[in-house]
Write a protein that binds this ligand. Sequence first.
Ligand code: PRP
Length: 214
Amino acid sequence: MEPMLTFALAKGRLAEQTFDLLERMGIDCHEARNPGRQLVLWDRVQNIRFILVKPSDVPTYVDHGVADLGVVGKDTLMEAERPLYEMLDLGFGRCRLCVAGFPEAQAASVEHATFRVATKYPAIARRWWRSQGKPIEIIELHGSVELGPVIGLSDVILDIVESGSTLKANGLSVLETVCDVSARLVCNRVSLKTKRDRIRWVIDGLEAQVRENA
Ligand code: PRP
């Protein structure tokens, strides 16, 4: 029997799109697509198991080696600051990480002692403004970040923008783009050595599917 592989997947659309690719490689994702309350799902024939977790926990499971592979957005990966190998851009889950606010927000630091940034991504924000030599105050939020400038909690936000409709509906604009985001396949560093052939098989298979989809 081949050595067991464990995948940590971010619950929701990223997992569904990952299953689409894996099924085309012949991996049975039926159980993982219909988990009920079960947390560990199997393709027993291929000896592959799946765990479905919160997006921000995917890097944690892979870093600790309890999952060999993970699929997670580049934004979550950058925020996690964990020493994982990023193996493949899967091409879905595309959006941008942006600084946004009211058009006049760039000058807001004149009014306030410090420039206030509301975000779900405090580590990325710290790095982004540190690289520009600009002191900021980070206000960490866990959702509806656009409220920050609207209600006067912050000068700008650092958040993902997909269609742009949330910004538009709240009168906000993109001020700067930090980076492009998409789903990435990540790998535990030890697994890459100990299960090399199996992991290479997954990467090559997914890469072929991504190329076909492009
Ligand atoms: C995300 C993000 C923005 C929105 C961007 O939030 O934080 O608020 O989607 O998408 P758009 O550009 O297509 O409008 P999410 O829907 O995950 O909910 P949250 O605000 O509760 O985090």
